[in-house]
Design a protein around this ligand. Structure first.
Ligand code: PLP
Length: 379
């Protein structure tokens, strides 16, 4: 079905097009100056010692797990209310994802549930800043230090958001970012990592490039590695998008505020928090929730009504532990996540992108109001 208002849309200007085409006029399409420039700009933006560009957010997650030597017999605590790649990366290395429940306001991993999930096998907490809202880093960092656990931050949905005035991605041992076209900034496909430790950063650079160390030649492979490189074309795109990030985040905040104004008085719908103490939000998506008495069937009816009207929408997220790909996993079968399950049944992602006009947001709001009225009439 062709949609009149898509769920997301990348924002590519002539400056990005010019940057990409000028790379195509050179003979350096991989491992060249744009990679260095993108990594330096990414590290400088975050005030971080090492940034490493990779081919996707998933590749970044995989390298994080691998570089920390997390493997068979180890456990990593993470939310189930997130994108499946987060848990998959743990399984790629034979380790066990252990799912913790979420906080009903921020929708981020709940530190009480994290602490309850810790065992002698736990090696790391994989903290996701879901939907661009920073997780409760103070509590999580304290738990990690008390139990000597690594912190991997997944900031794929949250570039530029802050917690206690500090950018997300600068708290953990390793942080990962993703630049798929629905993200705040895009490189088509792509990702990046921030790494605190120099030795770890060097190892990740080698793992990204087939296990090659800088000291060796092109056909010298010191350890099992991958091709997780990011092309010069993608890096050129990333450099311009990163430069535009402050403007992009301001545009997205404007769209979120418009939705808030338009939906403020709609009964039966809960809105995401616009302001949170000690945090700034980098708006990734705009997720509303049907009120507690609603069923998943009712949410699906609303989804259908929006799609029928040509409006892109989706159920963000379907919990990982309930996915068919996880059914055989004891850690998924044993997961008890009442908040995750109750919330995931009622969420609804509305169209959200930089250039979404007020008129289109108003049309989304009107269609949503009509769908909610139909549901109330059916009860
Ligand atoms: C929280 C989170 N982690 C990881 C990923 C994976 O990133 P990619 O699609 O670039 O592999 C995503 C992407 O949607 C994500 O939202």
């Amino acid at each position: 079905m062709s949609l009149r208002i898509p769920l997301s849309s990348p924002d590519i200007t002539e400056v990005e097009i010019e940057a990409v085409t000028s790379v195509l006029r050179t003979n350096s399409l991989s491992l060249g100056p744009k990679l260095v420039e993108f990594e330096e700009a990414f590290a400088a933006f975050h005030g971080a010692p090492h940034a490493i560009a990779v081919s996707s957010g998933t590749a970044a997650l995989h390298l994080a797990i691998r570089a920390l030597n997390i493997g068979v017999g180890d456990e990593v605590i993470l939310p189930s209310f997130t994108f499946i790649a987060v848990a998959n990366a743990i399984r790629y290395e034979g380790a066990t994802p252990v799912f913790a429940d979420i906080d009903p306001i921020t929708l981020n991993i709940d530190h009480v549930s994290v602490e309850a999930a810790i065992t002698t096998r736990t090696r790391a907490i994989l903290v996701v800043h879901t939907f661009g809202i920073p997780a409760e880093m103070n509590a999580l960092m304290q738990i990690a230090s008390r139990h000597r656990l690594a912190i991997i931050e997944d900031a794929c949905e949250a570039i530029g958001s802050t917690y206690n005035d500090k950018l997300v991605g600068t708290f953990g041992d390793i942080a990962v970012f993703g630049f798929y076209p629905n993200k705040q900034i895009t490189t088509g496909e792509g990702g990046a990592m921030l790494v605190r430790d120099t030795h770890l950063a060097n190892r990740i650079r080698a793992l990204r490039n087939q296990g090659r160390y800088p000291s060796g030649d092109w056909l010298q492979h010191a350890e099992l590695g991958y091709n997780y490189r990011l092309s010069e074309i993608a890096c050129a795109l990333g450099i311009v998008q990163l430069r535009r990030l402050p403007t992009i985040l301001a545009q997205r905040t404007r769209v979120a505020s418009s939705y808030h104004d338009l939906l403020a008085h709609l009964d039966g719908i809960l809105l995401p928090p616009l302001y949170l103490q000690s945090r700034t939000v980098s708006w990734f998506v705009y997720i509303v929730r049907l009120a507690e008495q609603s069923t998943s069937a009712e949410r699906d009816k609303v989804l259908d009504a929006l799609l029928q009207a040509g409006i892109g929408c989706a159920r963000y997220f379907a919990p990982i532990h309930l996915q068919p790909a996880y059914q055989q996993l004891p850690a998924a079968q044993q997961a008890r996540l009442p908040v995750t399950e109750a919330i995931a049944e009622r969420t609804l992602a509305l169209p959200f992108f930089n250039q979404l006009s007020f008129a289109d947001a108003a049309q989304v709001a009107d269609t949503l109001k009509a769908a909610m009225a139909a549901i109330t009439a059916d009860r």
